[in-house]
Design a protein around this ligand. Structure first.
Ligand SMILES: C[S@@+](CC[C@H](N)C(=O)[O-])C[C@H]1O[C@@H](n2cnc3c(N)ncnc32)[C@H](O)[C@@H]1O
Length: 312
């Protein structure tokens, strides 16, 4: 049996267990080896952080987003820490479950120190030296501090809640961002989340910046399948394969654009990866993709920036 199918079966089983996210972390750490903080992952997310800040600066005409909100915290808070280094006063990260631990936060902070020592950090983001000094001090005193104390010094607040109902006031957030998260949220949940983002983002100078990875995530683990493998299945078949701990909506770029358009959220700038037409053509597509231009289906990653000054 192909590796991706074995993983799908194991994750489906884990998804029915209590503490499924914790069990999935252990499964991914020791079996699929997909949750270590690799150098590639660190610099990929650092690149996202840089693009979020640049997007904010371009559309708000301000240097630093005072308040930031991220959805989909993930295991390692690279983007929130980057926002802290850039000068943000209040950084929220919302997720339905708390995935960060004190140890994983320490690994993240250590990577920032290593990156600075190698000279790479300066090339990646414009950070405030005094903020960097706070991180260096935190690492020195790490054992004496609790997770909450470390987060407080980094201006980070974790909101463990459903992003469809945020405990944040209207018109309070300068920069709303996400990193490879929308693809894990089906439209019936993503639409209310985006409505909530519209509510909390500042009407004057607020910006949204979202990176979406539309590739089949099983292909990240099993190199024998392409990033379009999941497009061969009907919705009915996919329901049996997909799981609730790492769901994949399989939405394509045009689906997201339709959602934005329906919600009257402007896409002020978009970029995408073209994808690989030969790989896509090797898949027999499910009917729901049949009437769409292949080059649109092929797009594998996208980045949408919204200047919320222009939204109703
Ligand atoms: C793939 S993970 C995030 C990846 C992370 N941003 C990164 O860069 O590696 C997607 C996250 O979205 C969270 N999520 C899904 N639906 C949500 C909701 N309605 N409210 C808050 N978080 C949600 C999941 O719990 C999951 O941790």
């Amino acid at each position: 049996m192909k590796k991706w199918k074995q993983k799908a079966i194991v994750q489906k089983t884990i998804s029915y267990l209590p503490f499924s996210h914790k069990i999935n972390f252990i499964f991914q750490k020791y079996v699929t080896k997909g949750v270590d903080l690799s150098v590639d992952y660190f610099y990929d997310r650092l690149g996202h952080a840089r693009e979020h800040i640049k997007s904010f600066q371009k559309y708000s005409n301000k240097a630093i987003p005072a308040t930031c909100l991220e959805i989909g915290t993930g295991w390692y808070p690279i983007v929130p820490v980057s926002n802290f280094l850039a000068g943000a006063d209040k950084i929220y990260s919302v997720d339905v479950s708390l995935l960060v631990s004190k140890l994983r936060l320490q690994e993240t902070l250590q990577k920032f120190l290593d990156s600075n020592n190698s000279g790479e950090l300066k090339n990646s983001i414009n950070f405030l030296p005094e903020r960097f000094a706070i991180i260096a001090d935190l690492i020195n005193d790490y054992d004496k501090l609790s997770l909450d104390e470390v987060l407080q010094k980094l201006n980070i607040t974790y909101l463990i809640e459903d992003a469809r109902k945020l405990s944040l006031p209207d018109n309070s957030i300068c920069l709303v961002n996400s990193n490879n998260t929308f693809e894990h949220i089906y439209p019936e949940i993503l639409i209310p989340i985006l409505k909530e983002f519209k509510r909390v983002v500042k009407k004057q100078g607020g910006v949204m910046s979202h990176f979406i990875d539309m590739s089949d995530h099983f292909a990240h683990f099993d190199r024998s399948i392409s990033i379009y493998n999941f497009l061969q299945f009907s919705d009915r078949q996919w329901k049996y394969i997909d799981n609730s701990i790492q769901p994949q909506s399989r939405n394509r770029i045009y689906d997201y654009k339709q959602i934005y358009s329906d919600l009257k959220i402007p896409i002020s700038y978009e970029s995408f990866r073209e994808g690989n037409m030969d790989e896509l053509k090797s898949i027999t597509l499910a009917d729901k993709y049949a009437n769409r231009p292949l080059e649109e289906i092929a797009r594998s990653h996208c980045h949408f920036i919204s200047d919320m000054n222009n939204s109703d």
